[in-house]
Design a binder for this molecule. Structure first.
Ligand code: HEC
Ligand code: HEC
Ligand code: HEC
Ligand code: HEC
Ligand code: HEC
Ligand code: HEC
Ligand code: HEC
Ligand code: HEC
Ligand code: HEC
Ligand code: HEC
Ligand code: HEC
Ligand code: HEC
Length: 289
């Protein structure tokens, strides 16, 4: 904030300061009765500067509790022409304190914790938060190209994904996004084994509908039970079933699918065997799809 110092104000100030320094001054410390020339005390400042004193009183935080007006404002007009302190008088030794334009974010030194910043801030955040930028760089996505403050426009505010994105299906809520995505690595999709099939089905309708319609036991399994943890994982039948048949059969028919069809729609022989009481075929013909 720039102050145009009006001559009348300077005069007024000089007058008032002179008055305060005069014999009628009442705020002279009781324990210093011998003091001839009264000095301005912190308690005096608010008489003429109620706005700043009020701000400090309400939101001064450490600038109220740890220091007083005069720790920052040494001297006063007219004797002292410039009593505005630099932040670096007191704040040094941290990367954060090397930033330019402290008042750009801490816009009022009398309310230091009320912080505002523009839409295009990343570097200053990194003086305190380092974990997020690591993730954004290790897992490049379109989020890596955004400024931190594009999403966190107020310090400490956590946005909802659905503020900017549509859910994959109408049943999915904002709380569900986190089950598969992390904000600072959104393409590194991971999920728990019990993720509901309908959540995968939002994009994989064919697989979902096929598995739901199947009558084989795979139907009871979660997509995420087979496609474990990380998106696009493809399991092998043997991961779960080992080698269920004699090596001789497998030598002739190396692919499980030659007899069993596909994981989402296994051939269902037991059901057929019950329907037809004859012995199960020694070499069942794969169901043609
Ligand atoms: C008797 C009234 C009075 C008291 C008491 C008083 N001030 Fe001031 N102060 C003024 C006036 C008048 C100005 C000039 C305002 C202007 O030029 O806009 C001023 C200006 C200031 C400025 C702006 C300085 C600048 O260079 O622009 C600061 C900072 C300030 N005072 C701090 C204090 C502090 C800290 C105290 C308590 C130690 C205090 N004042 C006590 C009247 C007072
Ligand atoms: C942490 C240091 C600090 C403390 C403590 C502090 N001030 Fe300030 N004050 C500043 C700074 C820095 C500015 C200049 C702000 C700017 O340039 O926008 C300022 C500006 C002012 C001004 C000029 C008008 C304005 O708001 O810009 C007045 C008057 C003032 N302070 C009064 C006070 C009073 C009264 C107190 C105690 C109740 C106080 N200040 C405590 C740092 C401080
Ligand atoms: C006269 C010394 C002094 C000056 C000048 C000063 N500060 Fe401080 N400030 C302190 C002290 C002391 C603390 C509390 C201890 C700490 O955090 O280092 C503090 C704390 C703070 C805090 C944390 C507040 C809290 O309650 O957690 C912020 C933010 C801050 N200062 C910003 C600034 C900014 C911005 C400036 C310049 C406009 C500035 N300070 C100028 C002494 C000062
Ligand atoms: C881009 C915005 C931004 C800029 C520029 C900025 N700060 Fe901060 N500052 C913050 C944020 C955000 C916090 C964290 C506040 C919290 O803890 O709630 C903070 C916290 C602080 C703190 C208290 C925490 C600590 O580490 O001690 C101090 C003191 C501080 N800033 C001083 C400064 C000083 C001095 C400058 C200029 C050299 C400055 N800031 C520049 C945004 C900024
Ligand atoms: C695309 C929007 C977006 C961008 C860009 C973004 N964030 Fe986040 N951030 C979020 C969301 C959403 C959360 C909440 C994550 C959660 O709840 O699991 C979050 C959480 C956080 C948290 C809380 C702790 C944590 O890691 O969950 C911090 C701190 C944070 N972000 C800092 C940053 C910083 C620093 C940057 C820039 C380097 C940044 N963010 C970039 C959206 C974003
Ligand atoms: C001076 C250090 C400092 C700076 C600079 C800073 N922060 Fe913070 N930030 C903090 C502290 C301290 C917290 C509180 C941590 C907590 O509650 O666990 C915090 C909290 C957050 C949170 C909420 C974390 C949560 O778990 O709820 C987000 C989001 C965040 N900061 C983002 C940012 C962004 C974006 C920037 C840059 C525009 C930034 N911060 C700049 C120190 C800072
Ligand atoms: C403030 C807005 C905002 C928020 C909040 C946000 N995003 Fe984004 N997200 C974007 C933008 C912008 C893009 C890039 C869109 C484009 O260019 O098509 C994007 C892209 C993405 C992408 C595609 C990335 C790529 O590289 O293809 C995914 C996945 C994504 N977001 C998931 C999320 C998730 C999950 C959350 C919550 C944790 C979230 N987003 C929160 C703005 C946001
Ligand atoms: C069941 C897991 C899952 C859930 C829950 C989920 N996503 Fe996704 N999302 C994915 C997968 C997988 C992709 C595709 C990633 C790829 O292309 O590799 C994706 C892609 C995206 C994309 C980029 C492509 C596109 O479709 O635009 C955005 C944006 C996105 N998700 C946002 C969200 C949001 C917002 C939510 C919460 C409402 C959410 N996601 C919930 C798994 C999920
Ligand atoms: C937002 C849409 C989306 C969601 C939700 C989603 N996927 Fe995908 N998935 C895709 C896309 C896009 C591909 C790539 C398709 C391609 O390459 O043809 C893919 C590929 C796959 C593949 C690999 C296919 C191959 O041939 O390599 C598997 C397996 C898979 N997804 C399983 C799942 C599972 C399990 C879930 C639920 C936890 C899920 N997906 C949720 C969009 C999604
Ligand atoms: C992630 C583990 C997993 C994978 C991978 C897997 N299965 Fe299964 N499979 C199971 C489980 C669990 C059952 C059900 C066992 C039960 O309920 O008795 C099962 C059942 C079966 C059955 C019996 C079906 C029925 O209805 O009686 C056959 C046949 C079978 N699997 C074949 C396969 C084939 C072929 C593949 C590869 C295309 C495969 N499985 C991949 C776990 C798996
Ligand atoms: C029993 C384990 C199992 C379950 C349950 C399962 N899959 Fe698969 N999935 C596989 C296997 C194994 C493959 C590789 C192709 C094959 O051999 O059938 C596969 C292939 C895929 C593919 C790539 C090929 C294609 O069909 O597009 C996608 C996408 C896929 N699965 C999604 C899903 C979704 C979505 C679900 C839940 C609705 C699901 N899977 C349930 C085991 C399973
Ligand atoms: C030549 C055809 C053929 C091939 C190739 C084949 N199977 Fe089978 N499999 C069968 C028949 C027939 C049955 C049902 C008869 C039975 O219960 O023994 C069966 C049963 C199973 C069962 C169910 C056993 C139970 O206890 O219910 C599993 C699991 C299975 N096969 C897994 C596999 C896997 C994994 C592969 C690939 C490594 C594979 N099969 C290859 C013909 C085949």
């Amino acid at each position: 904030m720039k102050h145009v110092v009006k001559p009348w104000a300077v005069a007024l100030c000089a007058l008032l300061v002179a008055m305060l320094s005069g014999p009628l001054q009442t705020t002279v410390r009781a324990e210093a009765p011998a003091q001839q020339k009264a000095t301005l005390m912190n308690a005096d400042c608010g008489k003429c500067h109620p706005t700043q004193a009020g701000q400090i009183e309400e939101n001064g935080k450490a600038h109220k509790d740890a220091i007083g007006c005069q720790d920052c404002h040494t001297g006063h007009r007219p004797a002292s022409k410039n009593n505005i302190p630099k932040c670096s008088n007191c704040h040094t030794d941290k990367p954060h304190f090397q930033l330019p334009n402290c008042l750009g974010c801490h816009s009022n030194p009398h309310t230091p914790k009320i912080i505002t910043f523009g839409k295009q801030v990343t570097e200053p955040c990194l003086t305190c938060h380092t974990e997020q930028i690591k993730q954004l760089k290790t897992f490049p996505s379109k989020h890596s190209k955004l400024f931190c403050s594009f999403c966190h426009d107020v310090h400490g505010k956590i946005p909802q994904c659905t503020q900017c994105h549509k859910a994959h299906s109408s049943e999915m809520t904002a709380a569900d996004c986190k089950k598969c995505h992390k904000a600072h690595q959104p393409l590194n999709v991971t999920y728990a084994d019990n993720t509901p099939n309908k959540d995968c089905g939002a994009c994989h309708k064919k697989a979902h509908d096929m598995l739901s319609a199947s009558s084989a036991k795979h139907k009871t399994l979660a997509c995420a039970y087979c496609h474990k943890t990380k998106h696009r994982t493809l399991p092998k039948c043997q991961d779960c079933h080992g080698s269920p048949h004699p090596a001789g059969i497998m030598a002739k028919f190396p692919k499980c699918g030659e007899c069993h069809n596909i994981a989402h729609d296994l051939n269902n022989w037991p059901a057929k065997a019950e329907a037809a009481p004859a012995k199960p075929a020694a070499k069942p013909a794969p169901k043609k799809k």
